[in-house]
Design a protein around this ligand. Structure first.
Ligand code: PMP
Length: 441
């Protein structure tokens, strides 16, 4: 394009949108131009109730003044500090703040810029940890079908969503997958399902196949979000913990969605009473305002690296923007907001209300399952024959037209509103979805 010609603002061609049907979107775009608390403003001025906390990340709602001001002030104070061999106070302060609310035993924090990077970082730490202890044969990684662990090569290798994997070649070698835990006998369960704890025994089978001495780590989402909101069966996570411990295998919980209050505790590990060796988080860490992720690790893991000559870098890994001052300022202000407003436990007090509201959709057309926990829930629809995902996508578009933002994955509708949602707003969200389900039938 000639230098003197500026592209028209409504020219949508250049931006290659992620995880989006670009041609479809660009023919009928849905644009957001502003946000405040529980609402987005659409380009046509309509208020849209946010039923998904953005992409599961704006747990305190939108444009919260404390966070906005913290970011604005930090940009003018210390905009950037080299992440390697240099420090700045906020990075250390934030790590302590995270450890304070994390499960007992999670004593160290490694910063990343996203959930995907947190996952790949945790997998690399697991491999390097075993090597640092003289256990270099432990190189195998185990994930789970239907797991979502971001889009890095590590994450899609241990992840179990077919479309995220099959276009991208051979992926990491030495990865096995446990079966997912979504069983037909658990449909319409409120909270944790009764059936399926025995699926954790599949891990024993994989261990027996390869030998425990070859396995570095197991990674699971304690509650799987992106793959359609799948709750762990009662006793399942406890079994995974027992089996991994018995065989010296590290257990990683991917808490990119469940971290920061989604289930009614700061982390799902606390909610379920099962503490892993590492936790990955992102999203709610900064309320979605600035990209940031983190890996939390036990002292045992950290200490395994703190050996040898002091001048040698212990872990050859890190990002230019690891713990950058603006992300740290946003995260500290976010944690302050969560603490002041009791948001990390608010999902627990709203859980029953949310549960009854969402299960009220049970008799609506095409609904084949509903599941919920904390302030997250899913409504699964019967797919249209030969057109998987079409029914839910149409509902998503109509819901947006009706003034609510939901999320769909396949034929599953997922909702995870900001933790500031009121009971009246829950009624509005679910009531509107109910109307859309009826009219779309
Ligand atoms: N892990 C889980 C469990 C997630 O839900 C996500 C994002 N939805 C990721 C990892 C990836 O995070 P990001 O998109 O920030 O890379």
């Amino acid at each position: 394009m000639p230098l003197d010609r500026k592209p028209a603002p409504n020219d949508l061609r250049a931006f290659w949108m992620p995880y989006t049907a670009n041609r479809q979107f660009k023919s009928a775009p849905r644009m957001l131009v502003a946000s405040k608390d529980m609402h987005y403003t659409a380009a046509d001025g309509r208020q849209i109730l946010d039923g998904t906390a953005g992409l599961w990340c704006c747990n305190a709602g939108h444009c919260r003044p404390r966070i906005t001001e913290a970011v604005q002030n930090q940009v003018g104070e210390l905009d950037y500090a080299p992440a390697f061999q240099m420090g700045h106070p906020l990075a250390f302060e934030l790590a302590n703040r995270i450890v304070d609310i994390a499960p007992d035993g999670m004593d160290h924090v490694f910063y990343t810029n996203s959930g995907s990077e947190a996952v790949d970082t945790a997998l690399k730490i697991a491999l390097a940890y075993h090597r640092a202890r003289g256990d270099a044969a432990r190189t195998r990684l185990i994930g789970r079908e239907r797991g979502y662990h971001g889009v890095g090569f590590g994450g899609i290798s241990v992840g179990g969503i077919v479309n995220n994997r099959r276009h991208f070649g051979t992926l990491l070698a030495g990865v096995d997958h446990m079966p997912h835990t979504h069983l037909p006998e658990n449909v319409f369960t409120k909270g944790q399902p009764e059936h399926g704890a025995n699926l954790a025994d599949e891990l024993e089978r994989i261990v027996a196949l390869h030998g425990a001495e070859t396995i570095a780590a197991v990674i699971v989402e304690p509650m799987a979000g992106s793959t359609g909101v799948l709750m762990p069966p009662k006793g399942y996570l406890e079994k995974l913990r027992a089996i991994t411990k018995k065989h010296g295998i590290l257990l990683i919980f991917d808490e990119v969605i469940t971290g920061f209050g989604r289930l009614g505790s700061p982390f799902a590990a606390q909610h379920f009473g099962v503490v892993p060796d590492m936790i990955t988080c992102a999203k709610g860490l900064t309320n979605g305002v600035i990209p940031m992720g983190a890996v939390l690790a036990t002292a045992e893991i950290y200490d395994a690296f703190m050996q040898g000559p002091e001048h040698i870098i212990e872990l050859f890994h890190g990002y230019t923007y690891s713990g950058n001052p603006i992300s740290c300022a946003a995260a500290i202000a976010t944690l302050d907001t969560y603490a002041e407003e009791g948001l990390l436990t608010r999902a627990a007090s709203l859980e029953t209300y949310w549960q009854e509201a969402i299960h009220g959709l049970r008799d609506h057309p095409n609904v084949i399952d509903i599941r919920n926990m904390g302030l997250i829930g899913a409504v699964e629809l019967a797919p249209i024959e030969g057109q998987p995902g079409k029914r839910a996508f149409d509902i998503f578009v109509r819901a947006f037209e009706a003034g609510i933002l939901i999320r769909v994955t396949g034929d599953i509708i997922a909702m995870s509103p900001p933790l500031i949602i009121s009971e009246a707003q829950i009624d509005h969200l679910i009531g509107t979805l109910g109307e859309v389900l009826k009219t779309a039938a």
